[in-house]
Design a protein around this ligand. Structure first.
Ligand SMILES: [Ca+2]
Ligand SMILES: [Ca+2]
Length: 575
């Protein structure tokens, strides 16, 4: 069960007296919100709690936190850029990091941990252009799993997998010669040539156009990213609907069709509110445009076929016919959809019992991502269509366009044969259905619909979103990462220098000759220069804009910080 409880500020915190019943629950409650001291700042308190969290040698889970702001009366919610998120209480010891684009923050245990987490947060956010008056805030969270950087393998060692359009490493005649190792984010050659990536198709509309290359900008899964631990849940999707402008709800509401109620759908409208009767049930009947709208609104992005495979398998060489739980068998799987239409979550399927030895019981991936095979089909950006290969992995900014549509230009879009996306992992259809070749559980490499760019709302179709981490490239250089111009390593002097240079570009210094590449010691000098020159931002940029720029390098306590209005920029010490 995943609670997605949201309290409007001003109400008393409604905390449950007992722990939630099920293992996969995220509780996010918004506490008091008030305008802060600084111009444009809002301070929001929140509680974030879930069970069975972890940080171990392999990876960790986390909460992705975003804040929506409105004003009293009839709010039209806006996405708040975050300034800082501090953990003010709870256990275990935790750390929240605001992403570089300030769209949200990841909160995770700071050191080795396995068990419940329960934190109170103090969030400072940008009120943006919100008018005066009482501010209303909603903190929204998702459970996420960290997928580490590094190479991995796609395809299946079993040559029979080619009939399911599995990828493979080609020999000189275009035949299956084993799995294909994805070693970097470099472009991938797709061709029936020795060493290239290739696959067989019977119906290219479903399996892909066999063309390439897959450009370097296409997210390949060798860079670290966070994925949602579960598919979008009905309660989460109802929250999206509930906070959309009225006109957008007509396009995003999934429940108008016949068969919705009988087909496990429980989202409905009650007056002007949208609610889910079973908030913890995976959200089916979600189209592609619905899913990417959710991703954009939550500051995330769709995942690619390659990232799906990485999240399922991890870095190792797979056994033939593997499922995400690492074996080629479903015999021990207990996390199945029962006759009551719910995923079984008790007994052996209790997520508290998840270890590497019980992944095949819980249906957990190498990184402990849940339900990648089974439950509902995962929608992924495909390699097998031009609109998919054009994907660059930009992140949503929390703001939807007209008709409640995602606004990222590089994302495939369109439910009716839009192209550029497809389906992986299999899905559960009618009540009591027996296992078939790839329904509800598909072997990881099978992709018989991996490039099918049609997205009717269906009983077995869901969605799961991801986000690239801000981890720095080893060379400290800029990345083509959306939302962030580049990502400095916090301990990397070179990267901090770049940050400062961009900062100075942004404030339009009158003398470009002063913008030079400098080392650490020169940064300190420049600080002196700034202070000696007084409020150097005056006249070149409004304070609010300057503050926004500065926030891009704030939040870690080590790069840049901007004080209250009319104070100078301070370079914090860094290693
Ligand atoms: Ca699934
Ligand atoms: Ca957007």
């Amino acid at each position: 069960m995943k609670l997605f409880r949201l309290c409007v500020l001003g109400l008393q915190m409604m905390l449950p007296a007992a722990p939630p019943l099920f293992a996969n629950d995220l509780l996010v409650e918004t506490g008091a919100a008030a305008r802060g001291d600084g111009a444009g700042a809002v301070r929001v308190e929140a509680r974030v709690a879930w069970r069975n969290g972890w940080r171990n040698d392999r990876n960790h889970d986390a909460a992705w936190i975003v804040v929506k702001l409105g004003t009293s009366d009839r709010p039209r919610w806006t996405h708040a850029r975050l300034v800082s998120v501090a953990v003010t209480g709870g256990a275990p010891e935790a750390r929240c990091e605001v992403t570089r684009d300030r769209v949200g923050a990841f909160c995770a245990a700071r050191s080795a941990h396995r068990g419940d987490v329960d934190w109170t947060l103090a969030i400072e956010a940008d009120a943006g252009a919100l008018a005066g008056g009482a501010i209303e805030a909603r903190v929204i969270g998702l459970e996420m799993v960290y997928v580490a950087s590094g190479p991995f393998s796609i395809g299946d060692g079993d040559p029979r997998s080619v009939q399911y359009a599995a990828y493979y490493r080609s020999d000189a005649q275009g035949r299956h010669a084993g799995t294909y190792r994805v070693a970097s984010e470099d472009a991938i050659r797709v061709a029936p040539e020795d060493g290239a990536l290739y696959y067989q198709t019977r119906t290219p509309q479903y399996e892909g156009d066999q063309r390439g290359p897959v450009p370097a900008e296409f997210p390949k899964g060798t860079r670290a990213f966070y994925t949602m631990k579960y598919e979008i849940l009905q309660g989460e999707y109802a929250t999206l609907l509930d906070m959309l402008p009225d006109d957008a709800t007509f396009f995003r509401a999934p429940f108008a069709g016949r068969g919705y109620d009988a087909g496990r759908g429980t989202i409905r409208r009650e007056g002007n509110r949208y609610v889910a009767g079973r908030a913890d049930r995976p959200a089916n009947w979600i189209s592609w445009d619905d899913g990417i709208a959710f991703a954009d609104w939550m500051g995330l992005r769709p995942m690619t076929e390659l990232e799906f495979t990485k999240a399922a398998r991890g870095p190792g060489e797979p056994v033939p016919g593997d499922y995400p739980w690492g074996t080629s068998s479903k015999d021990r799987l207990r996390r199945r959809i029962g006759p009551d239409d719910e995923l079984v979550r008790s007994g052996d399927a209790d997520e508290a019992k998840l270890t590497d030895e019980t992944r095949d019981v819980l249906g957990a991936s190498y990184y402990w991502v849940m339900d990648l095979a089974g439950s509902v089909w995962e929608k992924v950006v495909t390699l097998g269509h031009p609109a998919g290969r054009a994907f660059q992995g930009t992140h949503g900014d929390g703001v939807l366009g007209d008709y409640g549509r995602a606004t990222n230009d590089d994302w495939p879009s369109g439910d009716q044969d839009g192209g550029g996306y497809g389906y992986r992992g299999g899905g559960y259809y009618e009540r009591g259905m027996a296992d078939r070749a790839f329904n509800p559980y598909s072997p990881t490499a099978w992709r018989s619909y991996g490039s099918w760019g049609g997205a009717p709302r269906s009983i077995a179709y869901g969605f799961r979103a991801v986000r690239t981490t801000d981890d720095v490239a080893s060379d400290g250089k800029r990345r083509a990462d959306a939302g962030a111009a580049y990502t400095p390593a916090l301990s990397d002097v070179e990267a901090v220098r770049l940050a400062v240079l961009d900062y100075m570009d942004a404030i339009d210094l009158s003398d470009p000759s002063r913008i030079e590449r400098r080392g650490h010691s020169d940064l300190v000098k420049r600080r002196s220069w700034r202070e000696a020159d007084g409020p150097w931002n005056e006249g070149s940029m409004p304070y609010e804009r300057l503050r926004q720029v500065a926030w891009d390098w704030n939040g870690d306590g080590r790069t840049l910080r901007l004080g209250p209005p009319r104070e100078t920029v301070i370079l914090e010490p860094f290693d």
